[in-house]
Design a binder for this molecule. Sequence first.
Ligand code: FES
Length: 117
Amino acid sequence: MKYTVCKAEELKTGQMKAFTVDRKSIVVIRSQNGEVYALRNVCPHKGPALSDGSLDGTCLASEPGEYNLEKVGEVLKCPWHNWEFDIKTGCSLFDPENVRVKTFDVLEEEGTVFVQV
Ligand code: FES
């Protein structure tokens, strides 16, 4: 089912907001490239709201002593122990096959953001 969450202009680039949709807490995020993503707003580790965390990138090592900041603005970090989740897939960065957050389809139409739950 499709639910209205906000006006498109209320969600700026790099911003995230929490909404309750169909009794589920959902965090809606506008990435640096303007795309909008929605994830369940509960960390699968101990349960805090991921919307209280931060949007960031992640450091990937390419060679010993060399680190590259990747996925800038596409990594949602839990506020408690910094587990990192890819906002596009909901997968954790450390164990993407087994630890993930549910994602929801997002539609942006006529200046309104909708989430399908
Ligand atoms: S509660 Fe989220 S990483 Fe521990």
